[in-house]
Design a protein around this ligand. Structure first.
Ligand SMILES: Cc1ncc(COP(=O)(O)O)c(C=O)c1O
Length: 430
């Protein structure tokens, strides 16, 4: 059987097994384009509708139970409805929503973040990582008095800052230079030509949506040196990589960026984003200044996100818990790759710690161009095969562990993956 035929057959089995999810999408399509309000979730023939989550498990509209290996694209670090976070949300509700003013929780949350990320000397909150990225770039432009931004091929800094496959027509209209990831000489050449006009280099210390491609230490350190020399700001987008250690990937690398963007799990599972960094840049937002930059946002300090984020950081996400999660992720990635090697299937998981991505190819992966020969069909087939075995990951190949995803969950996932790969080894080998 050819891979394409195997995928078609898997899609049909999926369709037959998930009538409620299919109906849900048809209904949604009456009021939302394609029935979708979050593009990343869509896949053919229709995505699952989930109705419940608990710990590291999910239930869909047709009653299937899954081990949740996707972890809300890294935002679901705490799993589903952690007890301490739940209690904090209820307490915040009891104190009343929509206080129309400063509240006590925002400063506590900022302190917790700063304790982890000392480079964020001052910070401001937003509602999403996208918004935080946009504001970090705007900050860099105002601070430097320059306009150009250098980003990387395959980078994702939010819905309006997406640089996969040549960029997006709905990107914010920044004057962008796009360089290949992990290619310092290419960046040096661009900086030689445009350095005097460059406001910022923005980089994910590991490409996330681009496929979990880690940035080399020398590359990231090189960006630090280059930005210092040309007077541009170095912006680390740690929306995903912040979870790789207590102080994010910047702590692991020993590199202090000028500005950092975070989001996702820092809101304890609720909507959140933050940007912050050098005091001299961020002071520009001080409203006591006559020339203050105004950054509004009704929900920037909404009490539920503040309460949930604070409880998550103070009561759940200890340094030890985070270290253990990332070590578990490293072991899981090695075990999944061992399964692929043992079956001689030309695929691999790349990534760091608790975040990884499947690719339908072998060989080194240092930038998105290396993924060009990757087989999307292979990922699609394994996605459906894993669903049939009760494991939910992203069809694009992303796996992101949550705290309740324990060693037993890893064993379950490896067993399901091994069973799926063995069953389809012939077709996966091509
Ligand atoms: C690296 C990175 N930056 C920014 C964002 C945008 O965050 P949000 O989805 O909260 O807007 C994401 C989201 O996936 C991300 O992975």
């Amino acid at each position: 059987m050819h891979l394409k035929d195997a995928v078609d057959a898997a899609r049909e089995r999926y369709r037959a097994g998930n009538p409620a999810s299919e109906r849900q999408l048809a209904e949604a399509a009456m009021v939302m384009p394609g029935g979708n309000t979050r593009t990343v979730l869509f896949h053919a023939p229709f995505p699952l509708t989930m109705v419940r989550g608990e710990g590291a498990h999910l239930w869909d509209a047709d009653g299937h139970r899954y081990l949740d290996a996707l972890g809300e694209f890294t935002a679901g670090l705490f799993g589903h409805s952690n007890a301490a976070i739940r209690q904090a949300i209820v307490a915040a509700l009891d104190d009343g929503l929509s206080l129309s003013s400063h509240n006590c929780r925002e400063v506590a949350l900022a302190r917790e973040i700063q304790r982890r990320f000392p480079s964020m000397a001052l910070m401001r909150f937003t509602n999403s990582g996208t918004e935080a990225s946009l504001l970090a770039l705007a900050t860099a432009q105002v601070f430097t008095g320059r306009r150009k931004i250098l980003v990387f091929d395959g980078a994702y800094h939010g819905g309006l800052l997406s640089f996969g496959r040549g960029g997006s027509p709905i990107n914010a209209p920044y004057d962008c230079l796009i360089a290949p990831y992990n290619d310092l000489p290419a960046v040096e050449a661009l900086v030689r030509e445009h350095g005097a006009a460059l406001a910022a280099i923005m980089v994910e210390p590991m490409l996330g949506a681009g496929g979990c491609i880690p940035g080399d230490v020398a590359f990231l350190q090189g960006l630090r040196d280059l930005t210092r020399r040309c007077g541009a700001l170095l912006v680390f987008d740690e929306v995903q990589t912040s979870r790789l250690s207590f102080g994010g990937r910047q702590a692991l690398l020993g590199i202090a960026p000028d500005l950092t963007v975070i989001g996702k799990y820092f809101g304890g599972g609720l909507s959140f984003g933050a940007f912050g960094g050098r005091e001299d840049c961020m002071q520009r937002f001080d409203p006591r200044r006559p020339d203050a930059l105004a950054h509004a946002g009704t929900f920037n300090n909404n009490v539920l996100s503040m309460a949930a984020g604070l409880a998550g950081l103070q009561q759940v996400l200890s340094e030890a818990a985070l270290t253990a999660l990332n070590q578990r992720g490293e072991r899981l990635r090695e075990r999944l790759n061992a399964v692929l090697r043992a079956q001689d299937v030309p695929a691999q998981f790349t990534g760091l710690g608790s975040i990884m991505n499947l690719h339908g190819m072998t060989g080194p992966v240092r930038c998105v161009a290396d993924l060009a020969p990757s087989s999307g069909l292979m990922k699609e087939l394994l996605y459906f095969e894993l669903l049939e075995r009760g494991v939910y990951m992203a069809q694009r190949g992303l796996v992101a562990l949550s705290l309740p995803f324990d060693d037993a969950a890893c064993d379950t996932m490896v067993a399901a993956f091994e069973d799926a790969v063995r069953a389809r080894a012939g077709v996966l080998r091509g």
